[in-house]
Design a protein around this ligand. Structure first.
Ligand SMILES: [Zn+2]
Length: 460
């Protein structure tokens, strides 16, 4: 198709404007910048470095130390962060990207524009990467993953996709997210589906082992074992949605890599099995039952939610949460109590725990980005100390997802970090007091994003 002269001219002008903008920020794009004075939580689990200095060169951290110990190379920009606290950018191990929009949630919303909007939201909230868990389909997720990684959308968080999940056939229905899944009906068929994902360069494969309260014939062991075996032959990890204790035990014996959610209860036998399989990761995803009984950020509405979510969506949620029906409330409370006790027990036993939010989930109320901060509070309320929760949400989540260059402020890692106005070790809710976010060494233009959402009625 031929383009008219005005179109070409507009394109050239846009390109020129982009280059000017990039060069104006070249101090943090390709050049060097020394950040000084912040309290630095590196993600290694050790004590924070007070009055720190860290150097970013070519979008990566290169030197870390105390102020005065890290010299600035000639021409480096200097950024004073006195009084601030820096943490590695957060990593969300479990989300469903592209489905939620306004009051609706569904495959009809799964467009380039909506996926990108979600990745901007993650970035706005200080999340460097989010792992979409088996609800993606078509070519689009792979294209966008690669375009974002290549720096085409500098304000967007990394979109990690597992492609289409592998599901038992009767889990798949047009109105749930498993609409994207491929049915795994035989061990050979399941192996072929894993093979399809290999050239897509996914790191994680998603599957479901859950009878949904008897509504679904759950994936049989011979099929999930075939999935594990085929994935491991190809150096891939398998994340499983499973909630029942008995299933968790068999999955641990069968070679599971990642529990996509916290399991519904924990006993000594499952703890022992985790200890026998120390590389298995558990993503928290505690939000569901807790949100039903505890959602103080909806009254009054937290400013970060006001900035990013449409009023009608907030109203709907305020009408729903916290749940008022006493019976339903009691059920959610006891589900939360069990989950909280279970994750604390696993954490104390040294199990590898990362953070997953199920953000963008089917309920339509798991606000993209916000859920990460709510989840950190959930984990602290479950009894895990803030320092440990921050490691879970950064280094451990990155390790579980195979994102080796994320999750820490350390030499060689991608310069993805969040500048906070207050210390989250004092109060985990301080992760919400975001002053700035840097991804790939460049400051995310949060003002532009916020204004764009406001112009569209707040929200995408
Ligand atoms: Zn999920």
């Amino acid at each position: 198709m031929r383009q008219s002269k005005p179109v070409i001219l507009a394109g050239l002008l846009l390109a020129a404007a982009w280059m000017l903008r990039a060069s104006a920020q070249s101090g943090t794009v390709a050049g060097a910048a020394l950040f000084e004075g912040a309290r630095l939580i590196t993600g290694d689990g050790g004590a924070a470095i007070e009055n720190s200095a860290f150097l970013v060169e070519n979008a990566h951290f290169t030197r870390i130390g105390r102020r005065g110990e890290v010299p600035a190379p000639a021409g480096a920009a200097r950024v004073d962060l006195t009084g601030k606290t820096v943490i590695p950018a957060l990593v969300d191990g479990h989300s469903h990207i592209g489905y939620m929009k306004h009051l609706t949630s569904g495959a009809v919303n799964y467009t380039r524009e909506n996926i990108l909007d979600h990745m901007y939201r993650f970035a706005y909230f200080g999340v460097a990467a989010s792992q979409s868990m088996g609800s993606d389909f078509g070519e689009l997720p792979f294209q966008l993953r690669d375009e974002i990684s290549a720096g085409k959308y500098p304000d967007a968080a990394r979109f990690l996709t597992a492609g289409r999940g592998l599901s038992p056939i009767d889990e798949i229905s047009p109105d749930n997210m498993r609409q994207a899944a491929n049915p795994a009906t035989t061990p050979e068929g399941a192996r072929a589906l894993v093979q399809e994902l290999v050239p897509r360069r996914v790191k994680v494969i998603k599957t479901w082992v859950d009878d949904r309260g008897g509504a679904v014939k759950k994936l049989p062991p011979e099929i999930y074992r075939a999935i594990f075996d085929e994935a491991h032959r190809n150096n891939l990890r398998v994340a499983v949605h499973a909630t029942a204790l008995a299933d968790a035990k068999d999955l641990l014996r069968s070679g599971i890599d990642v529990f996509a959610h916290m399991i519904s209860e924990v006993d000594d036998e499952v703890v022992a099995l985790f200890k026998q399989h120390p590389n298995v990761g558990v993503l928290s995803a505690l939000g569901g039952p807790h949100r039903a009984v505890y959602a103080p950020w909806l009254d009054p509405v937290h400013p970060l939610i006001l900035e990013t979510v449409r009023p009608e969506q907030i109203n709907r949620l305020q009408a729903r949460f916290p749940i008022r029906d006493p019976e339903q409330r009691a059920r959610s409370q006891s589900a939360w109590d069990r989950l909280a006790a279970g994750i604390k027990q696993l954490s104390d036993a040294g199990v590898r725990i990362g953070v997953g939010t199920d953000g963008g989930g089917q309920q339509g109320d798991q606000f993209i980005g916000w859920t990460m901060h709510a989840e950190l509070e959930n984990m602290v309320m479950a009894g895990i100390p803030p320092a440990k929760v921050l490691v879970a949400a950064t280094r451990t989540s990155a390790e579980i997802l195979g994102q080796d260059d994320l999750g820490m402020v350390a030499p060689g890692k991608s310069a993805d970090f969040v500048v906070l106005d207050a210390n989250p070790l004092d109060d985990i809710k301080n992760t919400r007091r975001i002053a700035r976010v840097y991804l790939r060494g460049r400051q995310v233009d949060r003002d532009k994003l916020r204004k764009g959402w406001a112009a569209a009625g707040t929200g995408n």
